[in-house]
Design a protein around this ligand. Structure first.
Ligand SMILES: Cc1cc2nc3c(=O)[nH]c(=O)nc-3n(C[C@H](O)[C@H](O)[C@H](O)COP(=O)(O)OP(=O)(O)OC[C@H]3O[C@@H](n4cnc5c(N)ncnc54)[C@H](O)[C@@H]3O)c2cc1C
Length: 249
């Protein structure tokens, strides 16, 4: 069976594999700062990943609802985690400390964070304890995040499954290969990002996905930045028709 290979390689400064909530939020942040951003998603970012059907609670700290003592909310988060207390208090403090900003951002994207009129906390806590799960109406969240990323200038390639990572001779990640199934005949396609760029692989994590853009960057570097072996080297051995010359990196 012959495989159709696209000659043209798509380039970006920041390549994000997976347009879940985490990937889209990273795309929004990067493109807002003027970074040339490309999201490659195997499904359609408007209804993909774990947030596809919409979420209804948002773990957060809002000073006007919880008071000024962030430590009380941190304690409650640690007491109610299924898997035990969070191991990283700095991470927890950073996430909670930033969470109200994220809520206001989500409101600006058109996601209804106050379906009852005001910020309303319900559920997920033991009786009589501080509640930190904001009830919101997230049924349109993926569409709103997608629209915002696009409005900021991020490019989104849906229906393209990334199946390998490309590294150069030094073992540095420079891109990825995927299969675009948006047309009747699937096409192998390549993505390259600039030497300044970072690649992230976004997978189902947990509810902190929304708050961890900066961690995703680091995770991407650690996971792929200096891996000597494993993913394909450029140019790839297969398919026979290479999608162009290697970049001069
Ligand atoms: C039913 C349900 C209800 C939930 N309710 C809540 C809630 O109310 N509050 C809350 O905080 N959390 C909730 N969660 C958890 C929350 O939805 C997830 O933590 C969050 O959506 C994870 O986002 P993510 O971007 O990390 O990962 P994902 O959503 O898993 O996104 C990964 C994306 O990558 C794409 N992808 C994967 N592999 C490839 C590949 N090789 N090439 C291209 N694309 C690829 C996938 O299609 C997907 O779009 C819920 C989860 C579920 C399942």
């Amino acid at each position: 069976m012959s495989i159709k290979v696209r000659e043209e390689i798509e380039k970006a400064d920041f390549l994000i594999v997976g347009g879940g909530i985490g990937g889209l939020q990273a795309a929004i942040t990067a493109s807002e700062r003027g970074v040339d951003t490309l999201v490659v998603e195997k499904a359609d970012t408007r209804r993909s990943g774990c947030g596809a059907n919409g979420n209804d609670h948002f773990a957060c700290y809002i000073p006007k609802c919880h008071g000024e003592d962030l430590e009380l909310v941190m304690r409650e988060v640690n007491n109610t985690m299924d898997s035990g207390p969070m191991q990283d208090p700095i991470m927890l403090r950073t996430w909670l400390g930033r969470s109200f900003d994220v809520i206001r951002q989500w409101e600006s994207y058109g996601i209804n964070m106050r379906p009852t009129g005001d910020y309303n906390f319900e559920g997920h806590s033991f009786p009589g304890q501080q509640r930190y799960h904001l009830k919101f109406d997230g049924r349109n969240q993926k569409k709103a995040l997608t629209d915002t990323a696009r409005k900021n200038g991020a490019r989104i390639r849906n229906r393209t499954l990334v199946n390998d990572i490309l590294v150069n001779q030094e073992g540095r990640v420079i891109g990825a290969i995927g299969i675009d199934v948006s047309e009747d005949e699937p096409e192998v396609t390549g993505f390259i990002f600039s030497i300044r760029g970072v690649m992230i692989k976004v997978k189902y994590g947990n509810f902190i996905a929304r708050y961890r853009n900066f961690l995703l960057l680091i995770a991407g570097l650690e996971a792929y930045g200096s891996r000597p072996q494993g993913p394909s080297h450029w140019p790839p051995k297969a398919p026979a028709h290479r999608p162009g010359k290697p970049p001069n990196l």
